[in-house]
Design a protein around this ligand. Structure first.
Ligand SMILES: [Fe+2]
Length: 302
């Protein structure tokens, strides 16, 4: 199971795409109708889809998996009683699978048979998405839900977040204890720490300072720099997220504390709490499809 892409709808999709290509460092992949697709250097046909819309919202976050894993998901999602539907992707790479709505409206799409493309060169291109994080009213409950319904695993719990993995990367998503449901941030995996730092430099040329970072996180140990994008959401340059073994023991909030005045391993950057919080309010979940039975119906239901 791998995180592949996020699909957003927003006013000013073309301007948002221009920022992500001209400044952030992505490459254009395709424009289909009013949807702009942007890619990184890796094999995924796109990482971010931006659809022109009167309102800003999250259409889906897409994972790719094997046919066996998809069949497991159909059973566990049905058993959990979640709203879901079969889906065929019209996005670059195609593929088919299911789309699932979690308890607080999060929309996760799982595809098989989605094709990849040849990697491209570019030291400043993101390689891929490394995580998409959501705000939750009850992050703890959502952590339990994704373990039971999706077969994901909680990697760590902190005072602020429940970190969740779907492969050996420490987290591909996380749920922040925010008190409301929305997009928290999108993190792009850069090739190395130099690529993160050069990214900070490119944004500095636009008079944009990090809202938090550069720094190195506790859980996942990844290097980070968060920015508030001109088109609304919080986006992150990241690199070197920790790989964890199958039997990784989840840490508890008391295992992840910082010395006075520090909120990361380096302690060199301020954090714009108010600015980040306002940006996190911008993209909510919006389901524009109806629940339909997932096929094939598994034996217990026959
Ligand atoms: Fe992050």
């Amino acid at each position: 199971m791998k995180l592949r892409s996020i699909e957003l709808a927003l006013p000013g999709a073309a301007q948002a795409a221009a920022f992500l290509t001209d400044i952030w460092g992505m490459a254009p992949a395709a424009v289909v109708g009013d949807i702009h697709y942007l890619r990184g250097s890796g094999g995924y046909p796109y990482l971010v889809a931006l659809e022109e819309s009167a309102d800003a919202y999250i259409r889906s976050t897409t994972f790719v998996c094997t046919p066996d894993r998809l069949e497991q998901l159909k059973r566990s999602v049905s058993d959990a009683g979640l709203t879901a539907a079969p889906v065929a992707s019209d996005d670059p790479g195609g593929g088919h699978g299911i789309i699932v709505e979690l308890a607080e409206g999060e929309l996760l799409r799982f595809l098989v048979d989605a094709t990849e493309v040849a990697p491209i060169e570019g030291a400043d291109l993101p390689v891929k998405l490394t995580h998409v994080v959501f705000n939750s009213v009850d992050a703890e409950a959502t952590g339990h839900l994704v373990e039971a319904a999706l077969g994901f695993r909680v990697s760590d719990r902190t005072k602020g977040m429940v970190f969740v993995r779907c492969n050996d990367s420490h987290h591909s998503t996380a749920f922040a204890r925010a008190g409301f449901a929305s997009l928290n941030h999108i993190a792009f995996e850069m090739a190395d720490m130099d690529a993160v730092m050069r990214g900070i430099g490119r944004l500095r040329d636009q008079d944009m300072a990090p809202a938090w970072g550069p720094g190195r996180h506790g859980p996942g140990a990844n290097v980070f720099a968060y920015f508030i994008a001109p088109f609304g959401p919080v986006i992150e340059f990241s690199t070197a997220v920790e790989k964890v073994p199958e039997d990784y023991q989840p840490g508890a909030p008391e295992d992840w504390t910082w010395p006075e005045g520090r909120i990361d391993q380096w302690g060199m950057s301020d954090k714009d709490f108010a600015g980040l919080r306002a940006a996190e309010e911008k993209f909510r979940h919006r389901r524009d499809w109806d629940a339909r039975p997932l096929t094939p119906i598994h034996e217990e239901q026959v």
